[in-house]
Write a protein of this length. Structure first.
Length: 146
């Protein structure tokens, strides 16, 4: 039985496909076409080509963000860092396609570095991924008025 993390009234639509890479423009077009309330892109970060000491959680918003994107990013960042006890790398601005091309509040979340041995093990752990999901859901529920 799956535990429901979001409050009633939220519908989650996945824009990826487990067996094929979905181009970024198709992901943003889908969200825009469906008039999604939020766009949340969840990732594992990387620094270089080998293992490094880079670590932590960071959340990105567009370089000219919607006010609700900033609020959601700050709430997600705080919830994730408190939940998973990883380094807080902060909320940052970037010109990423999934942030720039969506018509709704949007954030891109980096849940740790796959180029950090400790964080790679965490990212591969179902328990860590569940804690990340719960923290993100908590943030969305807190920002329900978006």
């Amino acid at each position: 039985m799956k535990k429901r993390l979001l409050l009633d009234g939220h519908t989650v639509i996945f824009s990826h496909h487990p067996e094929a890479d979905v181009p970024l423009h198709e992901r943003t077009q889908l969200a825009n076409r469906l008039k999604a309330d939020l766009f949340i892109s969840i990732h594992a970060n990387a620094a270089g080509s080998g293992f490094t000491g880079a670590s932590g959680i960071e959340t990105f918003i567009y370089s000219r963000p919607h006010a609700d994107s900033k609020r959601l990013a700050e709430t997600v960042q705080l919830a994730l860092c408190l939940s998973v006890k990883r380094r807080d790398r902060g909320v940052k601005k970037a010109d990423f396609a999934v942030l720039r091309d969506t018509h709704m509040p949007a954030v891109l979340i980096e849940c740790g570095f796959m180029t950090n041995r400790e964080e790679l093990a965490l990212l591969q752990s179902a328990g860590y991924r569940r804690r990340c999901a719960a923290a993100i859901a908590f943030a969305v529920n807190c920002c329900e008025t978006l």
